[in-house]
Design a binder for this molecule. Structure first.
Ligand code: PMP
Length: 417
C-alpha cells in the first residue's frame, strides 16, 4: 500500500527508511509506534534528546509557560524567558567554569550556529580560509558544508564549496604527524595555504564515525593555532550539553575555545534552539548584521533554562554519564574481543562499534531495530554503529539495549564469533 509518506514526502527523507515504522509517542528512553510497539532509543534525536523524551520536569515548565500565554515567537526581542535563560547560562555554566563568553542566539539549528561562527571569525580576522578536519560534520548549509568531509553530502551543494581547507584529524595518519602536518602547512610560506581565519573542530566526530580526539592533541592544537592568531572554533553541537560527561566536551582537555557552537540538546526538550558563545572581545558583530526569524524560540528558552537548573547545578548527571559510558565501553569491548573484525571507540556516553566489513554495521542496525532498539550508523562508509542513548537512561535500560545489540551482532557475525 502506498502511504502518504511515499506519495507526498520528498525522497530526501532518510531515517524513516532505516526505521520503517510510524512513531507516535515517546517518553524517557522509549519511543512507541502507532501499533503500540516500543523501541529503546540509543539515538536520542542525533544528540538532541540528552535529557530524554518528554522529560517530566521540562514538560511541566513548558506546559506552564504555554498555559499562561508566555510569548512564543520573539526574534531577538528581550523577554523574561530569555533573561532567565541568560542568567542560568551565566550562573550555572559560565561562571563555575571561569568562562567569559558572550552569548549569541542564531537561528535554531546547528548549521545556523556554525554559519554564524564562521562569519564572525572571518569578519574579525579579515581572512577567508577556514581549516576543517577530515571526517568532520558541521551541517548542510553552504558554509557549514564547505567544512564538512562527506563527499556525497558535499556533492549535493551544487556549487563549488570554497574557502575551507581540510587537515588530518587526530588518528587520521595513524596517530602521529597530524599536528606536525598542520604546523608545517601553516609555517611554510610556500605550502599554498592562505593564512586561515579559524580552525573548526569537533572533540569527538559523531557523524564522522565516533572519532575521538585526545585531550593532549586538543591542547596542542589549541596552542598551535593560538600562537598564530588563528581562532579556535569548537563545534559542540552534538558533543556538548553533557554528552561526554562535563557540560562542554572540551573541558577535560583544559582548553578555552575562542568560539563555541551549541544546538541539539541545548533547548532541552528536543525544541529547536542554538547558541554561539564567543570570547567577550570577539563579539564584534554590528547590531542586526546577522539575523534570522526563528532566533527567539521562547518555549525552548524555558526548557533550556530548566534543564540547566535541573541537571547542571551539581555533578550528578556528569557522574552518571561517565558511569553509563563505562558500562557501554565494557559491553562493547566484550563484543569486540569475541568477534573478529570488530573494534570500539568512544568517550562519555557516545560510543561506536566499528565493523571492518562496513555492510555489517547497517545489518546490525536493522536487526537491532527489528528487536526494538534504535541505533544508527555513522562514519565515512557507514561502518560504525553509533550508540547515543539519552544521558538520563537507567542502567537496566542500558543493559537491555546492549543485550539487543549483542544479539544483533551474533545474528549478523555469529559464524565468526
Ligand atoms: N555540527 C555537528 C557537530 C553536528 O553533529 C550537526 C548535526 N548532526 C550539525 C553541526 C548540524 O546541526 P543541524 O542538523 O541542526 O543543522
Amino acid at each position: 500500500m502506498t502511504t502518504v509518506f511515499d506519495a507526498l514526502e520528498s525522497d530526501v527523507r532518510g531515517y524513516c527508511r532505516v526505521w520503517p515504522t510510524v512513531f507516535d509517542t515517546a517518553r524517557g528512553a522509549w519511543l512507541r509506534d502507532e501499533h503500540g510497539r516500543e523501541y529503546l532509543d540509543f539515538f536520542a534525536g542525533a544528540g538532541a534528546l540528552n535529557y530524554g523524551h518528554s522529560n517530566p520536569v521540562l514538560k511541566a515548565a513548558l506546559l506552564d509557560y504555554l498555559g499562561r500565554d508566555g510569548l512564543v515567537h520573539g526574534l531577538d526581542m528581550s523577554t523574561v524567558a530569555k533573561r532567565e535563560l541568560l542568567e542560568a547560562v551565566r550562573d550555572l555554566i559560565l561562571i563555575p567554569r571561569g568562562l567569559d563568553y558572550k552569548v549569541q542566539f542564531p537561528g535554531p539549528t546547528g548549521a545556523n550556529a556554525v554559519e554564524s561562527a564562521l562569519k564572525l571569525a572571518r569578519k574579525i580576522t579579515g581572512r577567508t580560509t577556514v581549516l576543517n578536519f577530515t571526517n568532520a560534520f558541521h551541517g548542510m548549509t553552504l558554509g557549514a558544508l564547505a567544512v564538512t568531509g562527506n563527499a556525497a553530502k558535499r556533492a549535493a551543494a551544487g556549487v563549488p564549496l570554497a574557502h575551507a581547507h581540510p587537515m588530518p584529524y587526530d588518528g587520521y595518519l595513524g596517530g602521529t604527524g597530524e599536528l606536525g602536518w598542520i604546523e608545517r602547512m601553516l609555517d611554510d610560506s610556500s605550502s599554498g595555504l592562505d593564512k586561515p581565519a579559524a580552525i573548526i573542530v569537533e572533540t569527538v566526530q559523531g557523524e564522522g564515525g565516533v572519532n575521538v580526539a585526545g585531550a593532549q592533541w586538543l591542547r596542542r592544537l589549541s596552542e598551535l593555532v593560538s600562537a598564530r592568531g588563528i581562532l579556535l572554533i569548537v563545534d559542540d553541537v552534538q558533543m556538548g550539553c553533557g554528552r561526554t560527561g562535563p557540560f562542554f566536551s572540551f573541558e577535560s582537555a583544559g582548553i578555552t575555545p575562542d568560539i563555541v557552537t551549541l544546538s541539539k540538546s541545548v533547548g532541552g526538550y528536543g525544541l529547536p534552539m542554538a547558541l554561539v558563545l564567543m570570547k567577550r572581545e570577539l563579539d564584534q558583530w554590528a547590531p542586526g548584521e546577522h539575523n534570522g526569524t526563528f532566533r527567539g524560540n521562547n518555549p525552548a528558552f524555558v526548557t533550556a533554562r530548566v534543564a540547566l537548573e535541573q541537571y547542571w547545578r551539581d555533578d550528578h548527571l556528569e557522574r552518571a554519564t561517565l558511569a553509563h559510558g563505562d558500562r557501554v565501553r565494557a559491553a562493547l569491548a566484550k563484543l569486540a574481543e569475541a568477534v573478529p573484525g570488530l573494534s570500539t571507540r568512544g568517550r562519555g556516553l557516545v560510543h561506536g562499534l566499528v565493523f571492518s566489513d562496513a555492510s555489517e554495521a547497517g545489518k546490525v542496525s536493522r536487526v537491532a531495530f527489528e528487536a526494538g532498539l534504535l541505533a544508527e550508523t555513522s562514519g565515512a562508509c557507514d561502518e560504525v554503529v553509533k550508540l547515543l542513548p539519552p544521558l538520563t537512561i537507567t542502567e537496566s535500560e542500558l543493559d537491555h539495549g546492549l543485550a539487543i545489540l549483542a544479539r544483533a551482532v551474533d545474528v549478523v557475525c555469529g559464524d565468526r564469533g
